[in-house]
Design a protein around this ligand. Structure first.
Ligand code: COI
Length: 332
């Protein structure tokens, strides 16, 4: 069996190499993303592993079919950039890594929140200028707040545990109720109630697609005054301009954004010597009430290792047995 792994970053390499040595399976490591051009490197390989934020071009899958490659294994969880119809047309199966480290994302939600509640961005900027005054950066305590967790999958449940550990009152919303959380009585009936009753709303749901947002001027008007939004999930869940305006007007306290609706091509790139043309993002970066980071909630040694190795294990299972527990249902 010969595998090829696309879009591999330096920090992932050693885990792939270790896996390859231990499993005695050849893995060609390619730093380029998977495109209609680079897919040609896969000729003669049995399966393709990849991670990228850019959409996977449909033509890739015609070429895979032509080369007799029928499995694409993703090193990440999100499949919103994969054209399912093109995979089905070419009889290609898809796997992902659904649980590389729910704790990494959940811990980051609280990390960002704590930074915001204690006004760390502003305080650190002041100290950098040798301004050591306390005011106006008086903090707020998490143990006095109600945290609304939207989405109670693996990440949402990990977040609930952490927030409860800090003494916050936690409420939750999900279409599907987890029996344990149900017993604890954490669920509210609908999203509107979650938004109305929370001091902090942390998002742990997939993209809604088709331009639909969860946080926008309408839903923000339902939220408590001085509330906080945390997004470590998908940028397009939020209309960032509406959110910025709500913080600037004083309706909301602030936000922790680890994802952004126009992050592709920006996050994880060094643009320090380039003209910056995204006005909304620029305002968010400058505001002390926004903790903005470039999609790093997942970025821990544990998660990166799991992404590298679980994706390869899923591929092996697909190639040996025709199935794997991480196979995505592509629908009819
Ligand atoms: C995903 O796994 O889909 C993520 O959002 C993390 C990604 C940046 C590797």
């Amino acid at each position: 069996m010969k595998l090829i792994d696309f879009g591999v970053r330096e920090d992932e390499k050693k885990y792939i190499e270790e896996w390859s040595k231990e499993s005695n399976i050849e893995v060609k490591i390619v730093s380029d993303l998977l495109t209609p051009e680079t897919v040609q490197l896969a000729k003669g390989y049995d399966g393709i592993v990849a991670y990228q934020q850019l959409p996977y071009d449909e033509k890739i899958f015609d070429t895979m079919n032509e080369y007799g490659i029928h499995v694409l294994s993703l090193r990440n969880v999100g499949v919103d950039n994969v054209p399912f119809a093109a995979l089905k047309k070419n009889q290609i199966r898809l796997t992902n890594v659904p649980s590389y480290s729910p704790e990494a994302i959940a811990e980051y939600s609280v990390t960002g929140l704590m930074a915001l509640l204690r006004n760390l961005k502003h305080m650190i900027r002041k100290v950098d200028q040798h301004d050591f005054q306390w005011a106006p950066d008086i903090g707020r305590e998490l143990n006095q707040l109600t945290v609304g967790v939207a989405g109670t999958g693996r990440i949402g449940r990990a977040a609930i545990k952490i927030y409860q550990g800090f003494g916050a009152k936690v409420i939750a919303y999900d279409k599907f109720h987890n029996p344990e959380l149900e017993k604890e009585g954490l669920y509210v009936d609908d999203l509107d109630t979650l938004l109305k009753e929370s001091d902090v709303v942390t998002l742990h749901i997939p993209s809604l697609g088709k331009g639909n947002t969860l946080i926008n001027s309408k839903s923000i008007s339902e939220m408590k005054d001085n509330a906080i939004v945390i997004n470590t999930a998908r940028g397009d869940l939020i209309n960032t301009k509406d959110l910025y305006d709500a913080v600037a007007s004083g309706k909301l306290y602030g936000a922790v954004l680890d994802v952004y609706e126009k992050e592709v091509g920006v996050f994880n790139s060094d643009l320090s010597d380039q003209e910056f043309s995204d006005e909304v993002l620029d305002k968010v970066i400058k505001s002390p009430r926004f903790i903005l980071t470039p999609h790093i909630a997942f970025y821990t040694t544990k998660a990166v290792k799991n992404m590298a190795t679980v994706s390869l294990n899923a591929m092996v299972s697909e190639l040996k047995t025709g199935a794997s527990e991480n196979e995505i249902d592509l629908g009819k």
